[in-house]
Design a protein around this ligand. Structure first.
Ligand code: FES
Ligand SMILES: [Fe+2]
Length: 367
């Protein structure tokens, strides 16, 4: 980790982004093409598709996709679109030996190759062996599956070098985690408003009093860019061990790894694994997903209590904050204010916000 490289590269007195970055449809279109269609997007945890034929459908903006476990247990991803006349192939999640299109029943193997098509005989001149679903890159980081629509993009490991090792240091048994619970909510804001809000804890003591007294010790909170090149923000804090703690937080401390542009793996004290991921739906609409993991996929009473407290406090509080910020940045009276860059990089520092803006501008200019 090299925060000095990142810190030394800061321009003097950085300010927030102009308001139109958060609602302009042209900027949103560029963001879609140059960021979300070119970077690694979280699909699902591998434990959601444990057996051959298990599939999980999801979308990145207007692109429908699905991941599917192969007979050799490897995982592939395809665009969720029939190669006949474009009907969607699968919905949600399930298990299949062949993927059969609901429209005219063309049937594809788990490898995407067309196996059968009603009425398609040799006389039609259609060569079934040449028809295959369109493949998408899928890679695994500690059991979390990511896809990339850009065939020329660097691999996940090349994009986030060193991150996996650091995750394993904090959670050595990360591979044993199993999906346990997920909820999602509409956030009435631009994706970057939501991601900025996640990536600073300046607002934690005031806006999240229960998190700040139940999970982490706010005095110890810091967010450090992994390096100037690696687009990962590393959150760390000591565990909150007082009588207000939500659960038995003894053992390991808190850490989180935000992977640009829209996923964060959090390891709450004592190794409680959970994630956030954000999917933009439009310039001022985003869906946030909150997911929890356990060792056996079961939500026991202790985990349920944490999930409930988190949903009713931290998540609910953030939903209100981001909605109000979205309204504010569209105000004719909004003037982007200065970012607080604390040389000690303590809880009040907005170095992470500066880095997010830098990565956004780099991507937009690179287009
Ligand atoms: S569109 Fe899928 S079989 Fe026709
Ligand atoms: Fe928050």
């Amino acid at each position: 980790m090299n925060d000095m490289t990142a810190q030394s590269a800061i321009e003097a007195h950085p300010k927030g982004l102009p308001g139109h970055f958060y609602y302009d449809s042209e900027i949103f279109g560029q963001t879609r093409d140059r960021i979300f269609f070119k970077t690694w997007q979280f699909a699902c945890h591998q434990s959601l598709i444990p057996e051959p034929g298990d599939y999980y459908a999801f979308s990145i903006l207007d692109q429908d996709l699905f991941v599917v476990r192969q007979k050799d247990r490897s995982i592939r991803c395809f665009y969720n679109v029939c190669q006949h006349r474009g009907h969607q192939l699968v919905e949600s999640t399930g298990r299949a030996r062949v993927i059969t299109c609901p429209y005219h029943a063309w049937a594809y193997g788990l490898d995407g190759k067309l196996r059968g098509a009603v009425g398609v005989t040799e006389q039609t001149g259609i060569k079934k062996s040449e028809i295959c679903l369109t493949s998408v890159r899928v890679e695994d980081l500690c059991g979390f599956l990511f896809v990339n629509l850009d065939n020329a993009a660097p691999s996940l490991q090349e994009t986030f070098p060193g991150v996996e090792d650091e995750i394993r240091t904090l959670a050595p048994d990360i591979d044993e985690r199993v999906f346990a619970d997920q909820s999602s909510a509409d956030e009435y804001c631009n994706w970057l408003v939501a991601v900025e809000n996640y990536n600073e804890c300046y607002h934690c003591p005031g806006a999240h009093p229960t998190f700040a007294s139940g999970v982490i010790d706010p005095k110890s909170y810091s967010i450090t860019p992994f390096s100037a090149q690696v687009k990962c923000l590393r959150h760390s804090a000591k565990a909150q061990t007082g009588r207000t703690a939500w659960y038995d937080t003894s053992g390991s401390d808190y850490g989180s790894f935000f992977l640009w542009p829209g996923f964060s793996l959090q390891i709450y004290p004592s190794g409680l694994v959970n994630t956030y991921h954000w999917r933009p739906d439009g310039p001022t609409d985003t869906r946030v997903y909150r997911t929890w993991f356990s060792h056996d996929g079961v939500v026991d009473d202790s985990l349920q209590k944490v999930i409930d407290l988190d949903r009713d406090t931290t998540v609910a509080e953030d939903l209100v904050l981001v909605k109000k910020v979205q309204r504010g940045v569209a105000s004719r009276g909004y003037v982007p204010g200065p970012l607080v860059i604390d040389p000690e990089n303590g809880i009040n520092s907005e170095l992470s916000i500066y880095m997010l803006h830098r990565w956004l501008r780099e991507a937009l200019h690179a287009g």
